[in-house]
Design a binder for this molecule. Sequence first.
Ligand SMILES: [Zn+2]
Length: 399
Amino acid sequence: MKNAARNSQYMKMSNRRRILNIIRKQKIFRAELARQTGLTRAAVTNIIDELKQEGIVIEREIGEADYGRKPVMLDINEDRYYAFGLYLSRAGCSLGIVNLKGGVVIRKQIDISHISSADDALTIIAAETESCIAETGIDRDRILGVGISAPGPLDSAAGIILDPPNFDIWKGIKISERLREKTNMKVSLENNSSALALAEKDYGIGKDFGSFMLMVVDTGIGAGIIIDDKLYKGVGGFGGEVGHISIDINGRRCNCGNKGCLETYASIPAVLKDVSRVCKNISTWEAVVDRAIDGDPFCKSVIERESAYLAAGIVNVLNLLELEAVVLTGYIRYKPEILIANIRDIVNAASITRGIRDKKIYISSLPEDIDIVSAASLIINEFYSLGGAKNEVEQRCQE
Ligand SMILES: [Zn+2]
């Protein structure tokens, strides 16, 4: 009997999750929801009534009424719950509150550049969370937790930042546990690329794909891989390290211990170092791109080579995982037309599915302030994946 009760509880949560994941992507009629889920109308009604009672789903009137009532569609009540997003990078620290639809309610830039200990930095961050709550007047019970997006490598399961280069005060810090102690909120940690991939899935080009890779090309090369709408993390959270795919077994030695890693050729600092051997007065990626657009043959060749490196990494990933699309972001977002056209050509000529279907390669169009939204996505995705059960989110983050 106990097992039967557990099974029915599991089924209910699973159905709530399916329904919420459909409604968060699109406003929808009840009948259409029954069609898409294959559930009976009665089952859909039960779950919707429950979600409405909990204030997570609301019905909004749309359009004009022909006779009598206007038609109503189901939608997420975005202000039912919120999450904090804390974005840590080498350039700075930003914090904000985000609603269930990714809307930014408040955002703060926090200067911790003069701080020399993680504990002092976390004290400042915790005080800023309090002032965000006070300034917005949001009820504390409506805040699901704090998502932290930080540079890797990190141990997301244990909530520890390991040893990212040039990120000294955070090295080896159990950031999730320490921030939880200071704020009394649930905390979840993930690397910048993975958090960005979740945001791309929820609010960007990734909305149209169940399985895709977000690839970040800036000071390093990172990626977040989404498979069946979920972040692929590997066994211990270190999956998706596309920057450390080798493109030359006799190539440059990488800090990770491997040789010829993609990152040692195609990260922007690596590209600029190679450029400086030929031309001393080009010191930014923007300058390379601008000159290439003006017809400079050397800069055109730099972009061609960068396209070839990135395409090699992308083909490896696509052949292994057969994803639907790749979304690129990072410094290479600057006037990306030449680069992206080259990458598309190479990938579609070299991947195993050539001639069957084209691989879709895009540049991310999410705004710059997606940083805190991506961090908050860690908590918000957890909420939806648990069928909108707030208590479950709290328990899961505490484990
Ligand atoms: Zn490496």
